[in-house]
Write a protein that binds this ligand. Structure first.
Ligand code: TXE
Length: 499
């Protein structure tokens, strides 16, 4: 069992390769039992000025290191993470609550991202292209943007950080990272790993603090040229508005209202397994969580019965207990939000078929547990079918055919992930074309993204950018077009083309 030393329990900012103690700190709680885990700095905005100063100096040197050399550091980061996987996973469960098997999966995602982005050190492809003039050469190349700011949430405290920081670093940027103060330990551990891997000081800087103080200071600082944000739609809109005022590039990933569609020809048991995993994993606190099941009328009753019976077998408890299938909710505010939606669902006339209440787990009385919940008789326009609840709550919606199912899927303001269970190849291709989401799964739940594919969504989920995949590099690079004229004379584009 991993424990923290007294020194590790007082987290510090990491600026210019130094650990800086901050006297103003807040407690961070283990959601499984309500005990204090660590203290996290509540920094002043001046910490951002210091971090930017360090990043400015560091980035100039870092950008001159050949990209394969930058990648070598990421290979080392990946190797250390791999060696330390169990420690990281246990600490992740302690601070976030997700069950240990999922925590291991999340850490693995970070390891995969390290090796994948290290590979980019030998690609970072640009293009060469013919020119319209003789004896002239043209190419485009990726350049670092300079200093980038990343703002991350608590639900995937290590994976999301790696999706953002690794491409930024391999592309030659310096990073200022504000992690969520709910889950600060992963950032601390990752900073130690960067340090051990030999990342030059100032290339990554971690400043802990509130969104409104530190997040805002990052957005306002004119030398931070990009903000990459994952979090709620509400906060993301504020971030984008502020960044817009300053002509700052901003990449947003802001959640979803994801659906699993189950057609009448589906393998129902397989669908039930997929729904359980994607609806109740991480206690429903994933941006890709399945929170709606859109089911064909012919199999609605069968699916409902089998789902309810499978839900009864989910063990809820401390994520470190291997028997637990569903861990706690992040905090009291998270529980309150879920409870509010249970009331809304009841008032709207949905049928609460299971769960809908806070749970007390023996010996973990101060933990934040919630029963896996199913609402049936839900219609598309109900708020529980439209708004992100961020808890283990699923709404069952009955439809008559595929067209209606796709329309129901698309009739939400989000567009992150969707899934369809069917055996019919024609339906598969029609659905993957028409489902208006950035990610589509066939015969699998709504979760399970792999790091080498683009992650993100349409409509209210984002603003057109993607985390992970090679597409992540677009956020952290500028394109430069270079023309080399070796004709020895003035050649005017568009004019001297016949010469
Ligand atoms: O999110 P916030 P919170 C949703 C989910 C959850 C709700 C609240 O519904 O219940 O959001 O969670 C920083 N300027 N998601 O409060 O506020 C903040 O410190 C700059 C869905 O944690 O969006 C944190 O680091 N930054 C989501 C990050 O933004 C600001 C994952 C996210 O915080 C800021 C998390 C500001 N004004 C929550 N205010 C998903 N879709 O995966 C806050 N922050």
């Amino acid at each position: 069992m991993t424990t923290l030393t007294n020194e590790e329990k007082i987290l510090k900012n990491f600026i210019n390769g130094e650990w800086i103690e901050v006297s103003n700190r807040e407690h961070v709680y283990n959601p499984a039992n309500g005990n204090v885990l660590v203290e996290v700095p509540n920094s002043n905005p001046e910490a951002i000025d210091q971090a930017v100063e360090a990043a400015r100096v560091a980035q100039k040197e870092w950008a001159l290191v050949p990209a394969p050399g930058r990648a070598e550091i990421l290979y080392k980061v990946g190797a250390i993470m791999k060696e330390r996987k169990e420690r990281l996973s246990q600490l992740l469960t302690l601070e976030n609550g997700k069950v240990i098997e999922e925590a291991r999966g999340e850490v693995q995602e970070g390891i995969d991202m390290a090796f994948y982005m290290a590979g980019e050190g030998r690609r970072l492809f640009g293009q060469t292209t013919p020119t319209e003039l003789k004896d002239k050469f043209a190419m485009s190349q990726r350049c670092p943007v300079g200093i980038v700011g990343i703002i991350t949430p608590w639900n995937f405290p290590i994976a999301i950080a790696t999706w953002k920081s690794f491409p930024a670093i391999v592309a030659g940027n310096a990073v200022i990272w504000k992690p969520s103060s709910e889950t600060p330990i992963m950032a601390y551990e990752l900073a130690k790993i960067f340090e051990e891997a030999g990342l030059p000081k100032g290339v990554i800087n971690i400043v802990y603090g509130s969104g409104t103080t530190i997040g805002q200071a990052m957005i306002e600082h004119e030398d931070i040229r990009v903000i990459s944000f994952t979090g709620s739609n509400e906060t993301g809109r504020k971030v984008a508005t502020e960044c817009g005022r300053q002509l700052k590039k901003v990449s947003l990933e802001m959640g979803g209202k994801n659906a699993v569609i189950v057609m009448e020809d589906a393998d129902i048991d397989l669908a039930v397994e997929g729904i359980l995993w994607s609806a109740f994993g991480t206690s429903g606190q994933r941006c890709t969580a399945c929170s709606r099941v859109i089911v064909h009328k012919d199999v609605r009753k069968t699916l409902e019965e089998r789902l309810l019976s499978a839900m009864e077998n989910l063990t809820i408890g401390d994520g470190l207990d291997p028997k637990s299938k569903v861990g706690p909710i992040i905090n009291q505010a998270g529980l309150d939000k879920i409870l509010k939606y249970i009331e809304i669902g009841k008032e709207e006339g949905a049928n609460l078929a299971a769960g809908g209440k806070q749970l007390t787990v023996e010996n973990y009385e101060n933990g934040f547990y919630f029963a896996p919940t199913l609402f049936t008789d839900v219609t598309i326009d109900m708020r529980i079918a439209q708004e992100e609840i961020f808890g283990p709550v699923v709404s069952l919606i009955e439809v008559n055919d595929l067209e209606e199912a796709i329309a129901a899927n698309n009739k939400v303001k989000y567009g992150l992930s969707s899934s369809i269970y069917t055996q019919d190849v024609n339906r598969v291709f029609k659905a993957q074309r028409d489902l208006d989401t950035g990610i589509v799964y066939v015969n699998a739940g709504t979760t399970g993204a792999e790091i080498h594919l683009p992650f993100g969504g349409t409509k209210g989920t984002g603003n057109g950018h993607r985390d992970s995949g090679v597409q992540a590099l677009d956020v952290f690079t500028e394109w430069k077009a270079v023309y080399v004229d070796y004709s020895g004379k003035l050649q005017r584009a568009q004019i001297d083309t016949d010469a």
